[in-house]
Write a protein that binds this ligand. Structure first.
Ligand code: GLN
Length: 196
């Protein structure tokens, strides 16, 4: 079974590990660079990207995470995890660092500060079985995509109609929403299948 490292500095680490294990993966919490050794994939949880990035920097993890993703380690990020995978950010503190790996511009808290959370049905390319019930919590969206980036899903309807909320570039996948909080395991299955 593939071994998935879950970045465990802050955020909904436990929820991701539970869903990944349900899909037959093994998981390991990653807090130190050594814990990246031997992982087949990496999951970046939802949470607070500014905090996660600061802690990763302080613990000497940012460099090793960047090297791993640049070196081809498959990665999946939800919400704050999407922000961490973006090459460029909007509406972020000027000194906010990312791991990068996705040639996208991501806007933090894009749905508006007053809209704390929002739910919508999102059709995700490559996920059979109908739209995903997507939960957005102070979520980002993808404002621009580079040429190698495939758009997997967009919001349909409402004020955010058409906004990009799921993307893929090679083996790096990100969603603005949190499938780990809904009981819908298809996004994690998709990622674990990628590692097999
Ligand atoms: N707004 C958070 C951030 O900028 C992301 C929210 C989330 O992961 N639910 O990191």
């Amino acid at each position: 079974a593939p071994l998935v490292g879950v970045l465990a500095l802050q955020g909904d680490v436990r929820e991701h590990r539970a869903v990944l294990e349900q899909q037959g993966a093994r998981t390991v919490a990653v807090r130190r660079p050594e814990e990246l050794a031997g992982v087949d994939g990496l999951v970046l949880p939802g949470g607070e990207s500014t905090t996660i990035a600061k802690l990763a920097d302080r613990w000497g993890l940012l460099g090793p995470l960047r090297a791993a993703v640049r070196g081809g380690l498959p990665a999946y990020g939800s919400c704050a995890g999407m922000i961490l995978l973006a090459n460029r950010l909007l509406d972020a503190p000027a000194d906010q660092q990312t791991i990068g790996g996705l040639d996208v511009v991501v806007r933090r808290n894009a749905f508006g500060r007053q809209v704390d959370s929002f739910e919508s049905e999102v059709e995700v390319a490559g996920l059979p079985g109908g739209p995903v019930h997507a939960v957005f919590i102070r979520a980002p969206w993808v404002e621009e995509t580079g040429p190698g980036v495939q758009v997997l899903g967009r919001v349909s309807g409402g004020p955010a109609d058409g906004r990009i909320v799921a993307v893929r570039q090679g083996d790096v996948v990100a969603t603005s929403f949190h499938p780990e909080l809904t009981g819908d395991t298809r996004m994690h299955r998709f990622f674990v299948d990628l590692l097999r």
